[in-house]
Design a protein around this ligand. Structure first.
Ligand code: 13P
Length: 257
């Protein structure tokens, strides 16, 4: 039996006091239910203070793969682990330069340079340091319309998992986030999201198929969460906009119970 996992990805939102207040409110509303694991991934600046709250699980929105060295602006998995951070999101489509809603000049897309290879390096580093990795995969609208959804995602999964043994992968969480559903209000139909999550499951090593948790992400909200989370192959959600307000996110988390 897989325990559901619901994680809020705050992206580049909130000032410090609001971040602390939101976590306090969220924990007051949800507490420590045994049926669901939950947490939030705030901007890096607030990780330290939110970990010290010692309430909900705290994750990073990205991570580098080296332990230390001359890598200006990066944060290592060793540093995150040392701080008490529990999760790290890897390969989010916004870091791969694949946006559901384009809000940057197209000429700057090269600045968002995550690839299957960097995802693989980051995944290995997280697993080596005991961080729970949340690896994001998903197709763009153009890929879906061209009938390439399954092959694109299959490629992302095999690229991410390359060279890792079954035993190393046991804490892995995968988030299926169709790019066209992110921040657009266009949620993927629950049956189709479940079909893709089952397809992802079939790409996993046989010994882990029953235990690895696969989240759905993309315009999850309090109104649609229960239907999504009740699908057989969807084990919770990675939630953007609806995780910013504690009362909304509390409802989404409770929808997994
Ligand atoms: P939204 O829930 O805002 O669509 O964002 C989803 C997402 O990208 C979570 O990582």
């Amino acid at each position: 039996m897989r325990k559901k996992i619901v994680i809020g990805n705050w992206k580049m939102n909130k000032m410090r006091s609001d971040a602390i207040e939101t976590v306090k409110e969220l924990y007051a509303a949800v507490g420590d239910p045994s049926e669901v694991e939950y947490g939030v991934c705030p901007p890096f600046l607030y990780l330290s203070e939110l970990v010290r709250e010692n309430t909900v699980g705290i994750g990073a929105q990205d991570v580098f793969w080296k332990d230390s060295g001359a890598f200006t602006g990066f944060t290592s998995p060793a540093m995150l682990k040392d701080l008490g951070v529990k999760y790290a999101i890897i390969g989010h489509s916004e870091r791969r330069g694949r946006f559901g809603k384009l809000e940057v000049p197209e000429s700057t897309i090269g600045s968002f340079a995550e690839t299957d290879e960097t995802v693989n390096l980051k995944l290995k580093a997280c697993l080596a340091h005991g961080l729970i990795p949340i690896v994001c995969v998903g197709e763009t609208l153009a890929e879906r319309e061209a009938g390439k959804t399954d092959s694109v995602i299959g490629g992302q999964i095999s690229g991410a998992l390359a060279g890792l043994s079954d035993a190393e992968l046991d804490t892995l969480v995968i988030a299926y986030e169709p790019v066209w559903a992110i921040g657009t209000g266009k949620v993927c139909d629950a049956a189709e999201a479940n079909r893709v999550c089952a397809m992802i499951r079939s790409c996993l090593p046989a010994s882990l198929r029953g235990s690895i948790r696969i989240q759905y992400g993309g315009s999850v909200n309090p109104a649609n969460a229960r239907e999504l989370f009740s699908q057989s192959d969807i084990d919770g959600g990675l939630v953007g906009g609806a995780s910013l307000k504690a009362s909304d996110f509390a409802e989404v988390v409770r929808a997994a119970i």
